[in-house]
Every structure is written in C-alpha cells, then in structure tokens.
Design a protein around this ligand. Structure first.
Ligand SMILES: [Fe+2]
Ligand SMILES: [Fe+2]
Length: 152
C-alpha cells in the first residue's frame, strides 16, 4: 500500500482502530499464530486493494468496517467444546455472533451486517453475499486465511 492509501485506509477506520473493543480482538487466535485483530486488518487491507485493482468502486466505509468486524465474535473458539451438531460448529455460527456483536457495540448498518453475515459463504449456504462489498470481503477472508494458515 502506498502512503496515500494507508492514509485513506486509516481515515475511513479512524473511529475503530484505537477502540478498546476492537483492540481486544488481539486476545483471540484466528489461524496458526495470527490473532483475530491482525487477521481482520489483513482482510481489510486485502479488501481495500482488491477494490482498487478490480476498480469495484465499493463504498469504503461499508467495505472496511465490515472487513474489520467480520470476525468480531470475541471468544476463543479453540476452547469451545466440539459440538456433535456440525451446524453448531464455529465455522457456521461465528458470522452471526460477530454480526450481533457489531450491532450491539457499534450499531453498524444493514450493509455492514451483510458483509459480516455472509463472509463464510458458501459454508453458510443461505447467507450469500449480494453486494460487492460483501463479495470482496468474502474473497479477501479466504485469501488471508489460506496465507496465514500456510505460513504458520
Ligand atoms: Fe470468519
Ligand atoms: Fe476471517
């Protein structure tokens, strides 16, 4: 990212980046040795660059807020008991948990909620991303999760 792009990125997320509720994502592990905050910032940066490269002309506030909060579930899923019901397992349930938290803590609008709710598609078959912001975050999350897991 160029200096100008970093400036724009930070400006769009200025209400969130230093917020203690966002910083707390650092306490939870995403993949390998990567914490949820680092992962979420990776996803936000990747979504930002995809938007540029593809000239997708996304609404940046929706795109980056959704990306930053897409895994805002705030619990350690590695400690969760393995559920006998596969649909109750983390991969299926955390988008909804993250979405509810984001609404409760930050009052995010419906477009941001869609970004969060649909980021695990096609795993969560019925939560399909429809707007371009949600589609880009869904792709960015998979790219970052793969990179972070391979690199561990
Ligand atoms: Fe996720
Ligand atoms: Fe994620």
């Amino acid at each position: 990212m160029t200096e100008k792009e970093v400036g724009e990125f930070n400006e769009v997320l200025k209400d969130y980046l230093d917020d203690p509720r966002v910083r707390k994502m650092k306490d939870y592990v995403a993949h390998g040795s990567v914490n949820v905050l680092s992962h979420s910032l990776n996803v936000a940066r990747t979504a930002y660059m995809l938007n540029k490269r593809l000239k997708a002309n996304c609404d940046l506030k929706t795109l980056l807020t959704g990306a930053l909060l897409h895994d805002f579930y705030q619990y350690d899923w590695h400690n969760a008991r393995l559920s006998m019901n596969v649909f109750k397992m983390h991969g299926f349930t955390h988008p909804k948990a993250a979405c509810e938290n984001a609404v409760k803590e930050f009052g995010v609008d419906e477009r941001v909620q869609e970004v969060i709710r649909c980021h695990m598609w096609p795993l969560t078959l019925r939560s399909m991303p429809r707007h371009k912001e949600a589609i880009l975050v869904c792709i960015a999350d998979k790219l970052c999760a793969t990179k972070e897991t391979v690199r561990r």
